[in-house]
Each structure stands twice: as structure tokens, then as C-alpha cells.
Design a protein around this ligand. Structure first.
Ligand code: ATP
Length: 227
């Protein structure tokens, strides 16, 4: 589903003429199979977010090749990546990233509006998902009127609304208490089991890593180190 072959990445920082190269990922070879839940673990600064940003096209590898769903995406331009992301990825973030001026319903609906889907179909899809994640009764609440756990459920529903085959999650339970974390992890397992969605989850948390089929440990930008 996602394949990285010989991928390295270095950032260039500093003013022109005085640039410094910061190598972050080194020769990453990795395959995430369809239907897998893969946890990416490792210390702060080990390169986890950089790896996720490479998978989702927000940064380009300095070298190596990335394939997603059989397609070589290494050289897609910004516009092509934007379309590719919409068709292939849902995203879940530690800080939920909901739009504060929109209700739970509207937050989940937005990707469908942008895609030009009619209102009847939108309503059916949004309500079905809100029910699936257990917060249909809060559909008309604004994010500020919801608990952290409820907000994260809205963001899970939003990540799934375009029916992506892959969900990328960056510390999805990082802002949740242990009860809400448990609920989120059960939900992820269920979605994986019932819908076959592939998950790649960055985490510091052993609980999260324990629901994964496999953990990839990054250490100093290399796979296989001890986390
Ligand atoms: N845009 C950037 N420019 C320069 N250096 C960067 C940039 N983004 C990340 N880095 C550096 O790359 C290294 C890896 O960062 P990254 O965010 O991928 O680590 P991480 O494992 O996700 O860390 P954390 O767990 O703290 O989020 C760090 O040393 C960081 O300072």
C-alpha cells in the first residue's frame, strides 16, 4: 500500500550562502501492507513526523522512491499531490484541527462540500459516520462545546468521510485521557477490521503501539533502532 525504497531526507536551514544541511532520514526501506495498522515509534527528533510528511507529499525526499497504492508518487507536483491526498488519505492529528466556527456536522461535511456532493447525499454520509463514531447527538455542537475525546471522534469521522484507503495519524491520543484513548484505539481497530482501512500511526505511547500489527522503530533517522 505504501512503499519507501532507499528514501533519505535532509533539510536545508539557514540563510542562502550560509546554508547548513541537516540529515534526518537515512536510507529508509519500508512497506506498509494493505489493511495493516503500523505504529511509528521513536524518540523526539528521530524523524517520525518527517516520515509521515514524506508519505503524504508535504515534503519531497532528497533521494529514493515512494509508491502508494502501486503508483510512483515521488515526483508528483503540489497540485497532483493535493488530488492524490484527497483520494487516498485521511488525517488525524493530536490537536484535532477542527474548524472552530463550524459545528461537528459541518466539520465532517466540509470535504464533501468541497468535492461538490449534493446536500442529500452529504447528510446521509455525515450522519452515518457521526453515528459510527458515537457522537450523532452532538452533531450541532461547536468544537468548543465538546470534550477532547468527542472532538477527536469528530476528527476521526472527518478523516473517513471521503472513504480513504489509508489514514495517517500523528499522536492521535496525545491530548486524550486514558479512558478516551481506549475508546479511540478500539475505534481504530474496528475501522481497520470492518473497512480494511490501513493506518500509519505516529506515537510515543505503548498503548497505541500495542494495537498495531507492527511497530517501526526509528532511531536517529534509521529504522530498527530501539525506540
Ligand atoms: N523544516 C525543518 N527544517 C529543519 N529541520 C527540521 C525540519 N523539520 C524537522 N527538522 C529536524 O528533523 C529532525 C526530525 O524531526 P521530526 O519532527 O521528524 O521528529 P519526530 O520524531 O517527529 O519528533 P517529535 O516526536 O518531537 O515530534 C529533528 O532534528 C528536527 O529538528
Amino acid at each position: 500500500m505504501i512503499e519507501l525504497a532507499g528514501v533519505s531526507h535532509q533539510f536545508r536551514i539557514g540563510k542562502r550562502g550560509k546554508e547548513r544541511v541537516v540529515p534526518v532520514l537515512h536510507d529508509i526501506n519500508l512497506k506498509v501492507e494493505k489493511g495493516e495498522i503500523v505504529a511509528v515509534v521513536g524518540r523526539s527528533g528521530s524523524g517520525k513526523s518527517t516520515l509521515l510528511n514524506l508519505m503524504s507529499g508535504y515534503i519531497r525526499p532528497s533521494s529514493g522512491e515512494i509508491r502508494v497504492g502501486g503508483q510512483n508518487v515521488t515526483k508528483l507536483d503540489e497540485g497532483e499531490w493535493a488530488n492524490f491526498r484527497l483520494a487516498n488519505y485521511g488525517f488525524i492529528f493530536q490537536s484535532f484541527q477542527l474548524i472552530g466556527s463550524m459545528t461537528a456536522y459541518e466539520n465532517v461535511e466540509l470535504p464533501l462540500v468541497l468535492k461538490g456532493i449534493g446536500s442529500g447525499e452529504r447528510r446521509a454520509k455525515v450522519m452515518k459516520l457521526l453515528e459510527q463514531v458515537g457522537i450523532a447527538e452532538f452533531a450541532n455542537h461547536y468544537p468548543s462545546e465538546l470534550s477532547g475525546g468527542q472532538q477527536q471522534r469528530v476528527s476521526v469521522a472527518r478523516s473517513l468521510i471521503l472513504e480513504p484507503p489509508i489514514v495517517l495519524a500523528d499522536e492521535p491520543s496525545g491530548s486524550l485521557d486514558s479512558e478516551n484513548e481506549k475508546t479511540l484505539l478500539t475505534m481504530i481497530r474496528q475501522l481497520n477490521h470492518e473497512l480494511g482501512i490501513t493506518f500509519v500511526i505516529i506515537t510515543h505511547d505503548e498503548q497505541v503501539a500495542s494495537i498495531a500489527h507492527r511497530a517501526i522503530r526509528l532511531q536517529d533517522g534509521r529504522i530498527g533502532g530501539l525506540a
